[in-house]
Write a protein of this length. Structure first.
Length: 119
């Protein structure tokens, strides 16, 4: 299973962006997928989760209201839409997959996509 994150770039403050995370591999299956981010000089931060079967979503308090996670199960792809971007959102954004019966672990990670927000 491989995860490919894409969609990052340089965006002006106040703009929007949609990131994608495409999963490939014949054996792909998911209980839940998540987005994390890591800003320069900071630890990795949890952003939010989507339960693959139901589409239910959960978010860190710091991003509620501006971040929206969705998925297209037919394409094995998860999305992260970020609205009202601000410079504090500058980070590398990673996606991760928690397969079924893996004890809650995110066993697979994408390579990350850089989001840079200019003021």
């Amino acid at each position: 299973v491989q995860l490919q994150a894409s969609g990052g770039g340089l965006v002006q403050a106040g703009g929007s962006l949609r990131l994608s995370c495409a999963a490939s591999g014949r054996t792909f299956s998911s209980y839940r997928m998540a987005w994390f981010r890591q800003a320069p000089g900071k630890e990795r931060e949890y952003v939010g989760t989507i339960v693959w079967s139901t589409g239910a979503t959960y978010y860190a308090d710091s991003v509620k209201g501006r971040f929206t996670i969705s998925r297209d199960a037919a394409k094995n792809t998860m999305y992260l839409r970020i609205d009202s971007l601000n410079p504090e959102d500058t980070a590398v954004y990673y996606c991760a997959n928690n397969p079924p019966r893996s004890g809650g672990r995110y066993d697979y990670w994408g390579q990350g996509t850089q989001v840079t927000v200019s003021s």
